[in-house]
Design a protein around this ligand. Structure first.
Ligand code: HEC
Ligand code: HEC
Length: 470
């Protein structure tokens, strides 16, 4: 716990005590085994969800976690880790042109530690001193998990808000809502969503002259709600009222993302499951593997996987009761066709090889590209800025979790993760599979440590300039 105190600029003791109390309460809450059945009669057993630590919004079963309390604790956890003041860039905006990009680094450093001094330390030293600023980010309700949608969306889309947990990161660190949509078959049109949130009500009008009938069918299916573990019509849900469910584009809004997250379905135990930030579908046509871990090789296959895993947290035993939909081959193909034409946003400063066009670039961007080529291009090569592989960054070299996690996780080696593309990267904060890096400056500080690059302040600043033009 010692290091945590240094992270807090004011009233350190009080906040540290609250934090300890919070950890203890959560630990107690989660000490129960995941599949323990409630000690009651057989009808409850019959209708009990497989995971009885899940909330039941109705009178039967376990009481719901107190949402305000959950969110208060999460806010405290985030405030300890980050400066959430929401600083943004004065002129650079995301591709839809409405939202400024956030500026960092946001991660807080312990007193007496600077980014320069940290950059000179070995992973071992950082681990021993417990000062790594980029440990995994936890789901605000790690014990339960499930899909969580940001307020900017729940305000305008019914049925996505949960009663047990809310969204935790401030809006400044999320993509523009709604994001722009660019398609490969009509680059001349620019943003084909015309600044609107694409819905079942407006998609036909919007895309009459843009999509083929088969792509149109794919778009319709991507917009159609289907029931999910916590968004459904049964009593075992986390929404106040029964709801139809969640659509693919509720998360991949307009083919991009607005930072919706859930927990990875395929890693157990619960304490070690990763928070997963929704990836953009921009440029999936240029990628050969899908999912940070699953490395599925076709979009059609991913459609089916997403239905099982994102929707039912990998627990398909209850899917039938909750009304899961299983896409036919033809439906999967239509959805695949549609996803395959979602383009990256335009990058006017890149040439046809995806490299910086020297006639358009600033001096800082040119220097930034050189820094990038030295440290980053081996895994993120132009033109798409991904090698289409997965790499193990072995981030666990830098930390040791004991005492700092909501469920007492002992530190999780994350293993290989997909090299996400960096095209259009300024449009998709927060970064990394779990969104623990809130700004591009944070990604540069993170990789400076992970790669032990020992970059100068000037090199880091230039690298950020370069990432903004991709
Ligand atoms: C709860 C929000 C959510 C919903 C709903 C959702 N996704 Fe996803 N999607 C994600 C997340 C999170 C990832 C990243 C998964 C990972 O890293 O393994 C992802 C990844 C993907 C990818 C791989 C992208 C890449 O870069 O590797 C595809 C393709 C995809 N989703 C398609 C779909 C389709 C099709 C549907 C509807 C059947 C859907 N998604 C519904 C959150 C969602
Ligand atoms: C050894 C291969 C490797 C090198 C070298 C590398 N990266 Fe990455 N990069 C990855 C992997 C793998 C991920 C996904 C990691 C994760 O999500 O946990 C990633 C993710 C990222 C992301 C977040 C993408 C997103 O959509 O959230 C950014 C930004 C990034 N890298 C920038 C850089 C920069 C800048 C450098 C050079 C300083 C660099 N990378 C060097 C492999 C690499």
């Amino acid at each position: 716990m010692k290091h945590l105190r240094h992270l807090i600029p004011t009233t350190p003791v009080v906040v540290a005590l609250l934090w300890i109390a919070g950890c203890a309460a959560l630990a107690q809450e989660t000490a129960k085994p995941r599949n323990k059945q409630p000690a009651s009669g057989p009808d409850i057993l019959e209708s009990a969800p497989t995971n009885t630590s899940e909330p039941r919004p109705t009178a039967e079963g376990k009481p719901l976690p107190n949402r305000d309390e959950v969110m208060r604790k999460q806010r405290q956890y985030l405030e300890q880790r980050y400066d959430l003041s929401g600083r943004t860039h004065p002129t650079i905006r995301m591709s839809g042109g409405r939202k400024p990009i956030p500026v960092g680094p946001t991660a807080r450093l312990p007193q007496g530690v600077t980014w320069e001094s940290l950059g000179q330390m070995s992973p071992e030293e950082i681990r021993q001193k417990k000062i790594f600023p980029y440990t995994p980010l936890w789901h605000p309700l790690q014990e339960v998990g499930g899909m969580v949608f940001p307020p900017v969306q729940t305000k305008v889309v019914d049925g996505l808000e949960r009663v047990d947990v809310g969204f935790d990161l401030p809006d400044a660190y999320l993509p523009e809502f709604p994001p722009a949509l660019f398609v490969t078959n009509r680059p001349d049109l620019g943003d084909v969503s015309k600044g609107q949130l694409i819905t079942l009500q407006n998609f036909e009008t919007l895309f009459q002259d843009v999509l083929t009938p088969f792509q149109m069918e794919g778009m319709r299916l991507l917009l159609q709600k289907t029931t999910a573990q916590r968004h459904n019509l049964t009593l075992d849900r986390s929404t106040a009222k029964p709801v139809e469910g969640v659509s693919c584009l509720d998360c991949h809004v307009n083919g991009h993302t607005t930072g919706q997250f859930h927990l990875t379905p395929d890693v157990r135990p619960q304490s070690e499951r990763f928070r997963l930030d929704t990836t953009s579908l921009r440029g999936v046509f240029a990628q050969t593997r899908f999912g940070s871990k699953r490395t599925l090789r076709s979009l059609e296959q991913f459609v089916q996987t997403e239905e099982n895993s994102a929707y039912f947290d990998g627990d398909i035993s209850l899917a039938e009761r909750k009304g899961a939909r299983h896409f036919t081959d033809r439906e999967q193909m239509a959805m695949g066709h549609m996803q395959n034409i979602i383009d990256f946003p335009p990058a006017p400063k890149l040439d046809i090889q995806g490299k910086l066009d020297r006639t358009k670039a600033t001096e800082s961007e040119v220097r930034g590209e050189a820094v990038f080529n030295k440290h980053c291009a081996s895994c993120h090569p132009a033109p798409f800025y991904t090698d289409n592989l997965a790499h193990d960054l072995r981030v666990e070299r830098f930390y040791n979790h004991v005492g700092s996690t909501p469920m007492g996780a002992k530190g999780r080696a994350e293993g290989p993760i997909k090299t996400f593309t960096l095209r259009g990267i300024k449009d998709s904060p927060p970064y990394l599979h779990d969104g623990r890096l809130l700004t591009l400056e944070d990604t540069v500080e993170f990789f400076n440590l992970v790669l032990q690059s020992r970059m100068s302040q000037q090199e880091k600043a230039d690298l950020v300039e370069f990432l903004r033009v991709l």
